[in-house]
Ligand binder design. Sequence first.
Ligand SMILES: [Cu+2]
Length: 123
Amino acid sequence: MDPWVPLAPPAAKAHAAFVMIHNHSDNPKTLISASSENYKMVHIHQSEEKDGVATMSMVEQIQIPAGGMLTMKPGGLHIMLMGPKTPVNLGDEIPVTLNFEDGTSVELKALVKKRHAHTQHTH
Ligand SMILES: [Cu+2]
């Protein structure tokens, strides 16, 4: 639901994508990877603050309980899109595929929007 990418400076070598994932099934679902044809590499990252310093670490997999929801947001879990193959502009829809452990996948179109000034994400 509501996938989006904050607009980054044109020279940015990576973009973050945020999405809310609802698990409507009766079984837990495990997100294991993400991909995009528009980027060279895609990782799932977790941002956190340690001793006042923002850091990001790679997430191997994330389980979403049956009937549960996973919320990605600035400063937390995000999809890291690295190495854009084409320029990214406001209003673009970036194709992102989420892959789950059970072999299913979900295709998203992440809308490029302006971010709020207070949610900085730097690399
Ligand atoms: Cu990241």
